[in-house]
Design a protein around this ligand. Sequence first.
Ligand SMILES: N[C@@H](CCC(=O)N[C@@H](CS)C(=O)NCC(=O)O)C(=O)O
Ligand SMILES: *[C@@H]1O[C@H](CO)[C@@H](O)[C@H](O)[C@H]1NC(C)=O
Length: 221
Amino acid sequence: MGQVGGEVVVLMDVNVSMFGMRARIALAEKQVEYEYSEQDLGNKSSLLLEMNPIHKKIPILIHNGKPVCESQIIVQYIDEVWHDKNPLLPSDPYQKSQARFWFDLIDKKAFNHGSKLWETKGEELEKAKKEFIEFYKTLEGELGDKPYFGGENFGFVDVGLIPYYSWFYAYETLGNFKVEGECPKLVAWAKRCMERESVSKSLADPQEVYEFVLRKFVGSK
Ligand SMILES: N[C@@H](CCC(=O)N[C@@H](CS)C(=O)NCC(=O)O)C(=O)O
Ligand SMILES: *[C@@H]1O[C@H](CO)[C@@H](O)[C@H](O)[C@H]1NC(C)=O
């Protein structure tokens, strides 16, 4: 059990999940010790169903026996509970609203833009690629010349987006393009994030993600 000062922290997760990676990064940023519990989504455990009966999805953070579900909410929870170390959200209400806006945009768009690359072919795939790149260019525009989305320090929006970087190899291979050619500043940002141990140790191996995508989603294509 991940036990620190009477705290028991468990993360129910799946290694290739970009949502799970967010929780792992946030916990690492706060140096919280926890038990990592890899789940089989093909055969969900009774604990998973008990802890997240509504969505039946990972990640689930279990803090002293109580579940917190949904990665965005988990990251905010971690930031609030362990607030003394490496704050992720800014304290200024307006800046906070903006960080939440961008994280929410990522939640609404990023997964689907990626999936389209293996759900489509021909002209539709070309359109999907164009939209994928437009989306990441929009994010790149928001990043601007800052080192991180929130400015000088690694923060909330970085935690929300960087897990997708471990999926880029799958996107690029199946879509036959390179994100770096289109969004060099964004890829430079991703490499900067990867220099942080919290990120590098939390992200899945791109090859493993690619093989997961082939197994799980491709085949009908
Ligand atoms: N909005 C959720 C998405 C979580 C999610 O999609 N989890 C997937 C794995 S990546 C899952 O548990 N799927 C199980 C299922 O759909 O049966 C979050 O941000 O946590
Ligand atoms: C599903 O998981 C349970 C334990 O959680 C195990 O006993 C059972 O054999 C598993 N079933 C399959 C089909 O893998």
